[in-house]
Design a protein around this ligand. Sequence first.
Ligand SMILES: C[S@@+](CC[C@H](N)C(=O)[O-])C[C@H]1O[C@@H](n2cnc3c(N)ncnc32)[C@H](O)[C@@H]1O
Length: 451
Amino acid sequence: MDLPKDFVSKYQKLLGTQAAAFFAAFDEPIKKGYRINPLKINQQLADTDRTASIDYVPFGYYGKVKGHSIDHTTGLVYSQEPSAMLVGEVARPKPGEKVLDLSAAPGGKTTHLASYLGNSGLLVSNEIFKKRAVILAENVERFGLRNVVVTNESPQKLAPLFPNFFDRIVVDAPCSGEGMFRKDPDAMQYWHQDYPKECARLQREILAAAVKMLAPEAELIYSTCTFAPEENEQIIAWLLKTYPALELLPIDKPANVDDGQPAWADNNPELSKTARLFPHHFAGEGHFIAKLKWHKPVMQTTPKLVTSNLTCEQQKLWQIFATDNILTDLPGVLVTFGDQLYCVPKMMIDLKRLTIMRAGVHMGTFKKNRFEPSFALGLALTPLETKKQIEITEEQWRQYVHGETLTLTSAPVTGNGWYQVVVNGNGFGFAKVVGQTLKNFYPKGLRFLVK
Ligand SMILES: C[S@@+](CC[C@H](N)C(=O)[O-])C[C@H]1O[C@@H](n2cnc3c(N)ncnc32)[C@H](O)[C@@H]1O
């Protein structure tokens, strides 16, 4: 690979005898991986190769995911390169926590964090750029997550709204992306000698906002997909100096993960607790990870939490649908935006001052005198949580994702009405059955032809 000249001379100096192996790794094939969604009721893959497992991630595998597959469309798998998976493992939230993923699109870390939260607590998943926030919301929906609010804000706008609020914050920072060069050589176009310094300035601004949102004894996980010391050890050195209440925690490092390099910052030996994933040592593209704890006792004030705004009529229509179709209580607050119904995680603050892309689970739409369930609701619920299901075959799934109406072999004995569509044992939206016909409710924007 034709690496930038200044990049080569920089890492020759920094890595010395290891530099040749580091540069050679850029000519090796990229290492692909994926995670299985542990929140899905059926974990058996339908159309993805289950190859070698990744030993430091309980649900991680090496291999490739096809976008137009049953496994992808049902949210059973998420494609993520193996070194990025260590971030979610280092962060590993506990059920019930309030977690913030501050720069979250397209959603690799968010879906990983949510896998550990198990639909409990609250995960605020934020992305500053609207287009990317849309993709993030789609991925959160596909994964069937119930406890995630997707916001589209700057870290500076979020900070005063969530003072000392979160138990865990992940800052997977925008960076110079040197660890992406192998996967996406176009990333090299943006690189110049001063780029890491420019990124570091932005990273300090983002972290200054993040710190304001840490609850006492909360953890802050910082990561980048670059090798530049300016954005890695030097950022952590800056954090430790600027915020003495932050303590650097050790990271449980899998084999072939390197220690951070104190000499590449201010020689503080603590910095060796951070983790460096180099492509010539580790089967992945490259990452840096640090974990810190916030030891600042502050008086926590409880912000105003989200409250329900349903009219009596809407409550009645929702109840009719829920009684007929759902066997579980979703533990959230029912909120409408116009005629759209959402179930927002209980721990979420009042939504008014935020740009929200997805306020928990999109439950459906209030139409005249009835409630129509959303595709998202049928993805989020397992078939054990719905009263009536229609299991479709792989061939019927191909027709369904193409937007076609299905003809069933016989009319279901439970009669006409809403049914959860099930494929490979996992929920795939709701659809209406009339006689032997299964109408197509796969969202128009998601439809495709399987080739
Ligand atoms: C490394 S990517 C995040 C990847 C994501 N965490 C994942 O695992 O899929 C960094 C993100 O930071 C966002 N970003 C860019 N400028 C930002 C800023 N000033 N504040 C917060 N986030 C920013 C980018 O749009 C990008 O989505």
